[in-house]
Design a protein around this ligand. Structure first.
Ligand code: MLT
Length: 244
């Protein structure tokens, strides 16, 4: 069997299709934070684009069993419990709780492909775990979707898309077909930066944006770690993600 891999930089580029598998990537920082939150025992993550809808849903949830996570422009939103830092979703903070989450770009991409048969969230820390899940599912069409920044291309998401494709090409017995130039370019990017991921993240436009907002050194370190988490965040019902 053949696995067809296709990559789109941002949500607006995705055609109206329902792929077998969709993998959403937001290295800096939404899907990295989702992976660490579920690794640290969060019950689930519920994704929202609309902040009022998020607040209404959260307020109808047991106050001891919920947290509101909100980010815009790289900053934590007023009145929310957490911003979008992977360092903030510690075991003590998130264990057993549902995170009601909205970010500038990552949650948009997750919403865009919520009709996929299988939907996974991937950062660099859980690249191998997501790749092995894809291999185990034996599906033909895999759509990889980056998050970018407000509709524009992001270096770090393409790096991770290239890392995923590279892992599948080198660790999968099935024939892996790279279906578009966006992914060919992402693989070339990974081959160039794979030994200096931290510098790639800091070179990226959003990396510079975060650096201009303050000391995000620990966030960069957390987001640049490779294959250190076994968790595969999977959509279990529309807009709700759990560890699988
Ligand atoms: C996003 O969703 O745009 C990002 O994760 C933003 C961030 O948290 O830096």
């Amino acid at each position: 069997m053949i696995i067809n891999l296709t990559y789109y930089h941002v949500a607006k580029d995705v055609p109206e299709i329902n792929p077998d598998i969709a993998v959403v990537i937001d290295v800096l920082r939404a899907t990295t934070t989702i992976s660490w939150a579920l690794e640290n025992g969060a019950d689930s993550i519920q994704i929202f684009e609309d902040l009022d809808l998020l607040k209404n849903s959260a307020f109808n949830w047991d106050v001891n069993k919920r947290l509101m996570l909100g980010e815009r422009g790289g900053k934590k939103l007023e009145g929310f419990d957490l911003g979008n830092s992977p360092l903030s979703v510690t075991k003590e903070t998130v264990q057993g709780k549902r995170l009601f989450m909205s970010t500038t770009n990552g949650t948009k991409s997750l919403k865009k492909v919520q009709n996929a048969k299988h939907l996974f969230a991937m950062g660099l820390p859980n690249r191998k775990a997501v790749a092995e899940k894809i291999i185990s599912l034996n599906c033909e069409n895999v759509l990889i979707l980056g998050s970018g920044w407000e509709g524009s291309y992001s270096l770090e998401d393409s790096l991770a898309a290239g890392a995923l494709a590279n892992y599948l090409k080198t660790n999968c017995d099935l024939v892996v077909n790279i279906s578009n130039d966006e992914l060919q370019a992402a693989i070339a990017l990974w081959n160039y930066w794979q030994n200096d991921i931290l510098r790639c993240l800091k070179t990226a436009t959003h990396g510079k944006r975060l650096t201009s907002l303050g000391d995000y050194e620990d966030d960069f370190k957390s987001c640049s770690q490779l294959d250190c988490l076994d968790v595969v965040p999977a959509q279990v019902e529309r807009g709700v993600i759990r560890a699988s």
